[in-house]
Design a protein around this ligand. Structure first.
Ligand SMILES: [Mg+2]
Length: 486
């Protein structure tokens, strides 16, 4: 616990859904649900409009459809979210060398280590400056919590949502925590929460009063000790930048060169599984699988395959590594093998859950086009998708709801829905007015999948940011070249 509120926690507001609303003018102010859309799909993020109808992350999409039948249901566009995430993390990196990302849209920043703040006033000014910069560069809003510890900074950003900033003055932590639910404390999930409730403890105050011995008795030694400290507002965990790692990999050198192709394949699979274990231990997922092979003559080859989305599924990584091995000549012998996963992303457990569900779904459903993608898939000027009809052969191209397309005559748009043989497209851009809807055959040669457009057409130049912000007097100037002097 430090004496000034210089630990910042940033959390983008309803990140995936907000990005979709920013990209799609017709969805602004409307209920939007991003997630898996098939029978086993799970909600990744719901817009605030959808949350008011009771939809939340990790809820089965089928349940969300009952609660919000008129919401737009969209398949995640991770390439866009990653791009925006990189912009946001880039801004955070300008505030401090100590940035600890927790997911694509969430991170801790040690403002003191960056010389950006040494008291409440400078911390607040930096936090507001950050929020403005994020909005200008990405078009999206993020909420900021500032406190003397990570735990309280995160609680503060939660209280600040949406689109706000909350600063917790050191010294006020205990009073602030006391009336809150035990669930605000890190590590207290639904199960622990229920357990504590049955013991008569619902608020943080109850935990603090119970005392350490009682908590240890209830939830075990390791957890009980930490729980009691957190209930008192004591949290000394530093902001660590170790999640900067861009890849996770494992490799093995063999005492004797491997010649047997079957044995080589088995070793690659074993390494893939070990690699995924490390990936999972770090709470991460990755998108590109890399195979490294050093041959008898010390020549080293690497092969990589990029997946549709991040994974931490051992089967997916093992199979990708196996495919990569097929393109490598190992006659003559292999000295070393390695399997790695790069393009790392980490997501909240909820999001990982949604993605895993999504990946399974994509694997099982070769022909997603059969299902109308959104309940509103054909509203307004578009004809309703035709009723399902199982046997029509469909074009190989896929038209996931919400994904980008380009039409030769009508320009950039997004898939609003697709039914048998038809795809409904809304033609609009992030900076346009809400656009019109047209329907095409799924194999229309003038209609092609496209890359996402940036959310802000001409982002302002933030290359010298935050030199203009008030800074603490004592810290070093983080801006390259030192634009201000003490
Ligand atoms: Mg968020």
């Amino acid at each position: 616990m430090r004496p000034a509120p210089t630990i910042l926690h940033l959390d983008m507001d309803a990140f995936y859904a907000s990005a979709e609303q920013a990209a799609k003018p017709s969805l602004r102010g409307k209920a939007v649900v991003v997630g898996g859309l098939g029978p086993r799909g799970v909600v990744a993020t719901a817009s605030y409009e959808a949350r008011r109808l009771g939809v939340h992350s990790a809820m089965p999409t089928a349940q969300a459809r009952r609660l919000a039948p008129n919401a737009a249901y969209l398949v995640p566009r991770f390439s866009l979210y990653r791009t925006v995430s990189e912009q946001v993390m880039g801004l955070l990196g300008r505030l401090s060398p100590l940035v600890e990302p927790l997911s694509l849209d969430e991170a801790f920043v040690d403002l003191e280590a960056g010389g950006m703040a040494d008291d409440a006033a400078s911390a607040r000014a930096t936090g507001e400056g950050l929020r403005a910069a994020i909005h200008a560069v990405t078009g999206l809003s993020g909420s900021v919590g500032l406190a003397g510890s990570k735990m309280l900074a995160k609680i503060a950003s939660e209280q600040a949502k949406p689109d706000g900033l909350v600063l917790i003055e050191p010294g006020t932590e205990r009073d602030l925590l006391a009336p809150l639910s035990v669930r605000v404390l890190p590590g207290v999930g639904p199960a622990t929460g229920d357990h504590l409730r049955r013991a008569g403890m619902t608020t943080v105050h109850d935990l603090a009063e119970a005392g350490e011995a009682e908590l240890v008795r209830l939830v075990g030694k390791a957890h009980g000790h930490g729980l009691h400290r957190m209930a008192l507002g004591l949290d000394d965990r530093p902001v660590v930048a170790e999640r900067d790692a861009k890849s996770v990999s494992v490799e093995d050198t063999f005492d004797v060169d491997l010649h047997d192709r079957v044995r080589v394949r088995a070793e690659v699979e074993r390494l893939a599984v070990r690699c995924v274990e490390r990936l999972r231990a770090a709470d991460r997922s990755g998108r590109t699988v890399v195979l490294k092979v050093r041959r008898y003559d010390f020549s080293t080859l690497t092969r990589s395959e990029t997946l549709r989305g991040p994974t931490d599924d051992p089967t997916v990584v093992r199979e990708a590594a196996g495919r990569l091995l097929e393109s490598v000549d190992t006659t003559g012998g292999v000295r070393l093998l390695g399997v790695g996963v790069t393009g790392l992303a980490d997501f909240t457990q909820e999001d990982l859950f949604a993605q895993a569900a999504d990946a399974r779904e994509l694997a099982r459903r070769a022909v997603e086009e059969r299902e109308p993608a959104g309940e509103d898939g054909g509203r307004e000027s578009a004809p309703e998708p035709e009723p399902e009809e199982p046997s029509e052969p469909l074009a190989a191209r896929r038209w996931p709801a919400g994904h980008d397309v380009h039409h030769e005559a009508h320009g950039h748009g997004w898939v609003q829905g697709s039914g048998v043989g038809r795809v409904t497209v809304r033609f609009e851009q992030p900076w346009s007015a809400p656009g019109r809807v047209l329907t095409f055959r799924v194999d229309d040669p003038r209609l092609l999948p496209a890359d996402p457009l940036p959310l802000v057409r001409e982002p302002p130049d933030y290359s010298s940011w935050p030199a203009s912000l008030p800074k603490s007097r004592s810290g070093p100037d983080p801006a390259a070249g030192g634009l201000s002097s003490p």
